[in-house]
Design a protein around this ligand. Structure first.
Ligand SMILES: Nc1ncnc2c1ncn2[C@@H]1O[C@H](COP(=O)(O)OP(=O)(O)O)[C@@H](O)[C@H]1O
Ligand SMILES: C=C(OP(=O)(O)O)C(=O)O
Ligand SMILES: [K+]
Ligand SMILES: [Mg+2]
Length: 593
């Protein structure tokens, strides 16, 4: 590759501000005293002569020029436009940010913002508009709908409500659709919300169908080959092993099972069976990862414009590649991200390949814990989180984080420790399942995730405990390498100079993700031109996504951003920031004028 490079370091005279401040600023969340910094713009420009702006999509850019003189007018109109609860506009002079982030920034300053993202599975306990609003207020970044449950109309209603919430209240909650997959699961218990299986009881698992009500102690199974496949003596795990049975007798379509570990049976809970201490997976191995029903759901998701599709029981990278090309063909302009759920033995075997092919991964500990020994789950979690970080893919830690909160308002100490560990590993996101879908305390559970995240993140920063994780180069072109080096350096500079925030101007989010990957101490303000990219960035660690029209002229972008953010009280004069962009591959260090 022959690509000419010009490197130059300039102390720019065209800087937005070149005066000095003498007032030390105290930052409330840490109480640390910042020494006065010479208020001049220092720019390190690394320029590649060919188009190094890999991230740039010209078709989406809408250039805006803001002159110094024009700032006054812009400032006051921005102030008028945004009352505290005013819905954000989409004109080129506006900036859109989460109302929760805005309030957090105003009240507590940069350091207090949460870096770990939160996902809530939506179900009967959380699908009302007010309930969704309360979750959004409580910090939900992504709403997940699980296609195992509920009707299409129900899912559409939830999507519409989240959309409305975003439009009317200024949130950017993304939607994640989770496929059912070809799993074997129970029927819906004839309409009952749950059933208790007691030790020593005999239950009938059957492939027959019934008109409700179901006979007592009967569970229907969705897979016709079930009765043929199981053997007397097999162990049957319900819901990832939360309830266990032993197969004692087979009579035609009926399989009689003895309850050995009692517990609550929930509608459509999944079923796994073990024989001689090993998972029986011949049948699973033959079923497609994406079933015909899943394809219909995926079409539905594409039509509804969901932001993420999470694929259950991924076995290989091929299925992810196949789905991604399908989405591309079906929805040319769509930027739906595909998340690989790591929840089967097969996915562990092909981990790197699968993650590489995906746009993100989920440690789906529920089913994973039924396929491998439970005690192996924590180390697999750690490994998956680390690989995702290295390959620069967002990672979600999911299932049973606060399981007891389905019933109780207070988590167990062990659950809090588990959440802390996931935050300490610096996963991008934590996910609630039953806690928010059908539990009694969805908002309280979310509050626990939020407060534990904040606490652990703060502790890390205060102790300056930066983990030593190798971040290998992942660039596939020279221009990507430049972006990567810029982000690595900018993040390091941000930590060493103790800046207040990193700014990144990014069209498709790639530069923002590269910064996030470095897990810097300060928050990352990610400015992007489209609402869909803004929503997707909401899944990634430390990113505060803003929608903003910007041009290729960084100086005018910065001026515009400063005035808009200052007008809304989200930054103030003297704040120290580092800005990077994928238009002009540069690192700029400056104080807010
Ligand atoms: N759309 C829905 N409608 C009804 N119940 C739901 C819905 N989504 C989730 N649930 C309930 O919440 C529980 C936990 O959700 P989740 O973990 O996503 O599913 P699963 O337990 O099937 O893996 C489910 O078992 C189910 O009881
Ligand atoms: C998240 C998971 O998948 P689902 O809830 O769809 O079973 C899991 O198994 O942990
Ligand atoms: K699912
Ligand atoms: Mg699962």
């Amino acid at each position: 590759m022959s690509q000419a490079l010009n490197f130059f370091v300039s102390s720019s005279s065209r800087s937005p501000a070149t005066f000095t401040i003498s007032r030390p600023s105290v930052f409330p969340s840490t109480g640390s005293l910042r020494l006065p910094v010479k208020k001049s713009l220092r720019t390190l420009v690394v320029k590649a002569s060919s188009s190094a702006a890999s991230d740039l999509d010209e078709s989406q850019s809408s250039p805006v020029l803001v002159s110094e003189n024009g700032l006054g007018g812009l400032l006051s109109s921005a102030t008028q436009e945004y009352g505290r609860n005013a819905a954000p506009g989409t004109d080129s002079s506006s900036i859109e940010v989460d109302t929760v982030t805005e309030a957090e920034l105003k009240e507590n300053g940069f350091r207090s913002t949460r870096r770990t993202k939160l996902i809530c599975t939506i179900g009967p306990a959380s699908c009302g508009f007010e309930q969704l609003e309360a979750l959004a207020e409580g910090g939900m970044n992504v709403a997940r709908i699980n296609m195992c449950h509920g009707t299409r109309e129900w899912h559409r209603m939830v999507i519409e409500r989240v959309r409305r919430l975003n439009e009317e209240k200024g949130f950017a909650v993304a939607i994640m659709m989770d496929t059912e997959g070809s799993e074997i699961h129970m029927g819906d218990l004839g309409g009952a919300s749950s059933a208790k299986a007691e030790d020593g009881e005999i239950w009938n698992f059957t492939v027959r169908s019934f008109d409700p009500p179901l006979p007592e102690r009967t569970v229907t199974v969705n897979y016709d080959g079930f009765a043929e496949d199981v053997k007397v003596g097999d162990e049957l795990l319900v819901d990832g092993g939360m309830v266990r049975f032993e197969v004692v007798e087979k009579i035609g379509p009926d399989v009689k099972c003895l309850c050995t570990d009692p517990g609550l049976l929930l509608p459509r809970a999944n079923l796994t069976f073990w024989r001689d201490g090993k998972l029986v997976r011949e049948r699973n191995a033959m079923l497609p990862t994406i079933s015909s029903k899943d394809w219909l759901d995926i079409d539905f998701g594409i039509a509804e414009g969901v932001d993420f599709i999470a694929v259950s029981f991924v076995k290989s990278a091929e299925v992810i590649k196949h789905l991604k090309s399908y989405i591309q063909a079906r929805a040319r302009d769509s930027d739906i991200s595909v998340i690989a759920k790591i929840e089967s033995i097969d996915s562990l075997k092909n981990l790197e390949e699968i993650i590489q092919a995906s746009d993100g991964a989920m440690v789906a500990r529920g089913d994973l814990g039924a396929q491998i020994p439970l005690e192996q789950v924590p180390s697999e979690q750690q490994k998956i989180v680390q690989i995702c970080r290295q390959l620069n893919r967002p990672v979600i830690v999911a299932s049973q984080l606060l399981e007891s909160m389905i019933e109780y308002p207070i988590p167990t100490r062990a659950e809090v420790a588990d959440v802390s560990e996931a935050v300490r590993q610096r996963g991008d996101a934590l996910m609630l399942s039953g806690e928010s879908a059908m539990g009694q305390f969805p908002e309280k559970a979310l509050t626990v995730l939020r407060s534990v995240s904040l606490r652990i993140e703060r502790m890390w920063r205060e102790q300056k405990r930066r983990e030593v994780i190798e971040l290998p180069s992942i660039a596939s072109s020279f221009s990507d390498s430049i972006s990567e080096e810029i982000c690595n350096s900018a993040a390091k500079m941000a930590n060493n100079l103790e800046v207040d925030a990193l700014f990144v101007y990014t069209k498709n989010g790639h530069m923002a993700s590269l910064l996030s990957r470095c897990r810097p101490d300060c928050p990352i303000f990610a400015f992007t031109t489209t609402t869909s990219v803004r929503r997707r960035l909401n899944l990634q660690w430390g990113l505060m996504p803003f929608r903003l029209s910007f041009s290729d002229d960084m100086e005018s972008n910065l001026n515009k951003t400063f005035s808009l953010l200052k007008a809304r009280g989200m930054i103030k004069s003297g704040d120290l920031i580092i800005a990077v962009s994928d238009m002009l591959q540069s690192i700029q260090v400056m104080n807010v004028p």
